[in-house]
Design a protein around this ligand. Structure first.
Ligand SMILES: NC(=O)c1ccc[n+]([C@@H]2O[C@H](COP(=O)([O-])OP(=O)(O)OC[C@H]3O[C@@H](n4cnc5c(N)ncnc54)[C@H](OP(=O)(O)O)[C@@H]3O)[C@@H](O)[C@H]2O)c1
Length: 388
């Protein structure tokens, strides 16, 4: 039976790699809907011509005439609602949108009782309490695409629990981090790093926002919150270890002292295929290891002084409520300012700290609460940026 796939964020790194996986197993998967911002009309039109989806959704309709001309045979949907409607369009929705803009897709997919293959970690981090509610919709499933969380999902699935005590038997989750391009540098060394240096990730090729997040270790901080939301493990039992080879994608230590890890070469097509096929496995081997070439696997603790974003994420996660939404929004604003040349790399954690210190609590019960929290935090971030 063919699994139908809706792909939000189709023109990005996760989006194009999802297309690779689907094209590797055409008898098994079929993409029926694509979505993106609508700013890159040429790429979206090329994808639509190749894939022939019945629906294309774009959040930004400012190039509507060009889109209509380039996509004559698709139903075109517009705006946030149009993008979110992809969630109910297929058996699985891959959310590969970058940033908070992915929130509505996450909520709509789970509310429709479909499987969400989640790459867009920001929606889970900002909207944790609300996402937890819609995850209980009958039929809804959330399978993580983020490689570390996909690894944890695989480790937990490999230790089946007949008596429903799975979470009780987890001693700790250990998330691995490559350490990014600045691993080993001190805070003093990091005063004047450039955008090009921050974008030169040693092991993964990804979009610019997550690549900068990897360089500050904020990506790992966001992933700590993501792991808490996904697996219900408290922050005292989620650790981070730097592993520069990016071969061990994360581990689960159980109460009997056993640790189960998932290993492969760094290739996002493996977790994407896992999330599409789960609980089955695809037949195409992405990321297969040649053990003779692996050589060695190194592990070291993260440097929290040189990379303070990781500690800030633990802090926001422990506060809970809307604090992770504030941290996420402040980070999106600070990273955009860094990429625009408006602030230095070293200023990013200072902006986050300034914004978190103004966190005003606020409810985190509905999607609108989360959108409001995001807006207030962005306002605080813009003030902190302007003050620099
Ligand atoms: N790349 C990876 O290897 C990787 C690994 C783990 C997790 N992730 C997560 O996956 C997500 C996507 O990352 P990426 O690296 O694929 O990013 P990316 O290459 O920058 O692609 C972003 C995608 O999101 C779309 N988009 C941006 N703003 C949007 C909006 N307002 N409305 C609708 N679509 C919008 C873009 O469309 P346009 O092209 O039309 O602007 C593009 O398709 C992020 O949350 C990231 O943290 C990525």
């Amino acid at each position: 039976m063919t699994t139908t796939v809706a792909l939000a964020g189709s023109t990005g790194s996760i989006g194009t790699q999802t297309i690779d996986v689907v094209e590797a197993e055409p008898e098994r998967f079929r993409i029926v809907a694509l979505g993106a911002s609508g700013r890159d009309v040429a790429s979206l039109a090329a994808q639509a011509a190749r894939i022939r989806p019945s629906v294309v959704a774009v959040s930004d309709g400012s190039r509507l005439d060009e889109l209509k001309a380039a996509l004559p045979s698709c139903e075109l949907r517009l705006g946030e609602e149009g993008l979110a409607s992809l969630g109910a369009e297929a058996d699985v929705c891959v959310n590969g949108v970058v940033g908070f803009a992915g929130l509505r897709v996450t909520l709509a997919t789970l509310s429709a009782g479909r499987r969400l293959a989640l790459a867009n970690k920001e929606s889970l981090i900002a909207g944790g309490p609300v996402v937890a509610g819609v995850r209980r919709t009958p039929g809804a499933e959330l399978v993580p695409v983020d490689s570390e969380h996909c690894a944890v999902h695989q480790c937990l699935a490999s230790a089946p629990d007949r008596e429903g005590r799975g979470a009780d038997r987890v001693q700790r989750i250990v998330l691995t981090a490559s350490g990014g391009p600045f691993r080993g540098r001190t805070r003093a060394d990091l005063q004047s790093v450039t955008v090009d240096e921050a974008l030169a990730h040693p092991t993964w090729k990804m979009g610019p926002k997550i690549t900068v997040d990897s360089s500050t270790l904020m990506n790992k901080g966001l992933e700590v919150i993501e792991a808490h939301e996904l697996f219900g493990v408290d922050y005292d039992h989620i650790d981070v270890v730097v592993h520069p080879q990016s071969i061990v994608h994360s581990m689960v230590e159980f109460t009997d002292g056993a640790t189960i890890a998932q290993l492969s070469n760094p290739d996002m097509r493996l977790p994407i295929g896992y999330a599409l096929a789960w609980p089955d496995r695809i037949g195409t081997a992405f990321g297969r290891l040649d053990w003779a070439e692996v050589g060695r696997l190194d592990f070291e603790p993260p440097d929290l002084e040189a990379f303070p974003c990781l500690g800030l994420a633990y802090e926001a996660g422990r506060i809970g409520g809307t604090a992770p939404a504030w941290l996420n929004a402040a980070n999106e604003e600070a990273v955009a300012a860094f990429l625009d040349g408006a602030i230095r790399w070293i200023d990013i954690p200072d902006v986050l700290e300034a914004v978190l210190s103004r966190h005003d609590g606020g409810r985190a019960e509905t999607a609108d609460d989360i959108v409001d929290a995001d807006a207030r935090a962005r306002e605080a971030a813009r003030r902190a940026l302007a003050a620099r």
